[in-house]
Design a protein around this ligand. Structure first.
Ligand code: NAD
Ligand code: UDP
Length: 311
């Protein structure tokens, strides 16, 4: 297939790009490098079938030649970015998704949206099934991201229903691994880098809030399978067995890095609406895709720590 991948210079996009090229597809990455980096793709320049276009997808997307699939991954994703780039996040979720759907329609290509567990907000159902409608504060600092992705899902379903586009939606739960930015702001890179440099790990709020963490290779496998499934409603991909409090996650990372860092609790006023708990129900992914996570948190965290040590 000839594939357009928006956001392909980012953490997840660059891993997905590797996988698509390894499967023999041609990939055009389109990215404005807002939170992504050329070095995530440096190993691919000059490889057959790979092309990079620097472009902001909130503006009209032009691609020469045919396309079989449009994968829309462009969007900042770290809660730190929610206050850094609130308007750009809303624009890439709205205009960016519209343009990506537009190019898919013009090329008669399939379309795949990277959505998020964040659309469930601070969930009042646990674990979260795809049928849960969510509990989002539109006005909070997270609202820009949550609402942008909720709009993107609605837009994708509208193009599917009204224009007959062959669409997929994945709801990604907290995924981690090599190529996250050191100063990304998300818990795992923050904790690892502080542990490696001997600084205190800052756990926001009470530290009792939970997340379920999924290693990047498992997520990419789930995405690749969903690309090939005949299913148009959203599908959760994440690792339910890894649910952990942030305090325990910080302790685990201190242990795995053999660090002398302390763990400090820090008020999280500016983070607003931090979900209290999060765990995916992945019954649908298991049934539809025959998918479930293979990498344990200890294995995944060790590999990620090793990568950060080297970089
Ligand atoms: P990331 O910040 O590393 O990657 C996002 C990429 O999008 C970057 O390369 C950035 O430069 C690019 N981008 C942003 N705005 C753009 C624009 N207007 N035009 C072109 N490119 C633009 O984040 P990530 O973790 O790799 O996330 C990738 C996608 O997956 C995002 O859509 C995110 O919402 C979604 N997601 C990620 C997670 C996770 O745990 N990593 C969880 C849920 C959803
Ligand atoms: N968090 C933390 N310390 C940090 C970064 C994040 O305690 O240095 C907390 C954050 O408040 C949230 C959880 O860790 O409760 C997961 O945050 P992350 O930014 O990784 O992703 P989120 O799931 O909130 O989008």
């Amino acid at each position: 297939m000839r594939i357009l991948l928006t956001g392909g210079a980012g953490f997840l996009g660059s891993h997905l790009c590797d996988r698509l090229l390894d499967e023999g597809h041609e990939v055009i990455v389109m990215d404005n490098l807002l939170t992504g980096r050329g070095e995530n793709l440096a190993h691919l320049f000059g490889r057959d079938g790979f092309a990079f276009v620097e472009h902001d997808v909130t503006h009209y997307i032009y691609v020469k030649g045919p396309l079989d699939y449009v994968l829309h991954f462009a969007s900042p994703a770290s809660p730190d970015d929610f206050s850094r780039y609130p308007i750009r996040i809303l624009k890439v979720g709205a205009h960016g998704t519209h343009n990506a759907l537009g190019v898919a329609r013009a090329k008669k290509a399939k379309f795949f949206l990277a959505s998020t567990s964040e659309i469930y907000g601070d969930p009042q159902e646990h674990p979260q099934r795809e049928s849960y409608w969510g509990n989002v504060n539109t006005l909070g600092t997270r609202g820009v991201y949550d609402e942008a992705k909720r709009f993107a899902e609605a837009m994708t379903m509208a193009y599917h229903r009204e224009r007959g586009i062959d669409t997929r939606i994945v709801r990604i739960f907290n995924t981690y691994g090599p190529r996250m930015r050191k100063n990304d702001g998300r818990a795992i890179p923050n904790f690892i880098n502080r542990a490696l440099s001997g600084e205190p790990l800052e756990v926001y709020g009470t530290g009792r809030q939970t997340r379920s963490i999924c290693y990047v290779s498992d997520l990419i496998e789930g995405i690749y399978r969903l690309m090939h499934a005949d299913y148009h409603e959203p599908v959760n991909i994440g690792d339910p067995s890894s649910e952990t409090t942030m305090l325990d996650l910080a302790k685990t990372i201190v242990e795995l890095t053999e660090s002398k860092s302390e763990i400090a609790l820090r008020p999280n006023a500016q983070i607003g609406d931090d979900p209290h708990k999060r765990r995916p129900d992945i019954a649908l992914a298991k049934k539809l895709l025959g998918w479930e996570p293979q990498v344990t948190p200890e294995q995944g965290l060790r590999q990620t720590i090793e990568w950060f040590r080297e970089h």
